[in-house]
Design a protein around this ligand. Structure first.
Ligand code: F6P
Length: 329
């Protein structure tokens, strides 16, 4: 690996993995900041897959006009499993070098960052990661772009379900995204006044859930909402529904919110953090920083080594769970 720090004349920017609201605001910020610093910017379309296909276009100032408010990503994205292979990464490094791209900004989650780290270690490509995933599950940063919007979208949906649940005195299991992370489920649980939150990585206490639903009904509650964290794979809420109906004789409805949580216009918070992170990423590459991530720590934007961000985030769900159960009494 060549460790000489060369000055960056051109950067590539890509989005990878699941899209998240605010990615466009981050792309805009990277493009405008880098151009302002005299650096050429290339958009790499469809993540690492697009890089391998050479799907790369020069981006000018107007190419990112009018996108700060848009969900999805104008660069498109993909989950590129091939990128786990060293030979494929070598090919990617050759493509970058042929296109005279000196550094890369990768906007994505854990898998995307792992690919960026390998590209840096094996081929010396200067990379800066911008955490973009609704799951908020990247270690080394308190926040990932898109989380706030996803929570707000889920809260709006749960509020609507609460209306109809109350009208019919029903119980709903509402499954939210987040993969193995419980962050969305916990915040949605607090913000919707949920009666219960089920975490996918904990043993499900059916007696407690059933007891709480019955207790709530006895004290005059007209509905019960149980938020379910999806876990490894969507569908857990249907399993819970079966058990509650068959073993506890409690009638429940299950609703999986799904990809609605990934779309939509980003909230002001996501636009703000994305804009700050894009600006910091372009400056970091300009200053010769390599293999770092734009992170939020104690509310402040800091640059954290990419290696520190590659382990799954340790969650401490207990305080939120205690809060939810205290307020659902
Ligand atoms: O990582 C973001 C995420 O939306 C997870 O919350 C979810 O489990 C997963 O992506 C869904 O992925 P896909 O869109 O590929 O089905």
């Amino acid at each position: 690996m060549d460790t000489t720090v060369k000055s960056i004349k051109s950067v590539g920017v890509l989005c990878s993995g699941g899209d998240s609201p605010g990615m466009n605001a981050a792309v805009r910020s990277v493009v405008r900041t880098a151009i302002g610093l005299g650096i050429d910017v290339f958009g790499i379309y469809k993540g690492y897959s697009g890089l391998l296909e050479g799907n790369i276009q020069r981006l000018g100032l107007t190419s990112v006009s009018n996108i700060i408010q848009r969900g999805g990503t104008i660069l498109d994205t993909s989950r590129c499993l091939e990128f786990h292979t060293p030979e494929i990464r070598l090919e990617a490094a050759h493509i970058l070098s042929r296109k005279h791209i000196d550094g890369l900004v990768v906007i994505g989650g854990n898998g995307s960052f792992a690919g960026a780290m390998e590209l840096h270690i094996e081929h010396g490509v200067p990379v800066i990661g911008i955490p973009g995933t609704i799951d908020n599950d990247i270690s080394g940063t308190e926040y990932t772009i898109g989380f706030n919007t996803a929570v707000q979208t889920a809260v709006d949906a749960v509020d609507k379900i609460r209306d109809t649940a109350s009208a019919h005195a029903r119980t709903f299991l509402i499954e939210v995204m987040g993969h193995r992370s419980s962050s969305i489920a916990l915040q949605v649980g607090v913000c919707t006044g949920a009666e219960h939150v089920v975490l996918s990585n904990q043993v499900i206490n059916y007696d407690k859930i059933a007891g709480d639903i019955k207790k709530g009904a006895e004290r005059g509650k007209t509905s019960s909402i149980i938020i379910v964290a999806e876990g490894e794979k969507s569908g857990l809420s249907y399993q819970i529904k079966e058990v509650l109906m068959n073993q506890y004789a409690i009638a429940v409805h299950a609703c999986v919110l799904g990809h609605i949580q990934r779309g939509g216009s980003p909230t002001a918070l996501d636009r703000l953090i994305a804009s700050r992170m894009g600006y910091a990423a372009a400056h970091a590459l300009h200053q010769g920083l390599q293999a770092h991530v734009t992170a939020i720590n104690n509310g402040q934007l800091v640059m954290v080594p990419l290696a520190e961000c590659l382990e799954g985030k340790n969650e401490a769900p207990e305080p939120e769970l205690d809060l939810i159960s205290a307020l659902a009494i």
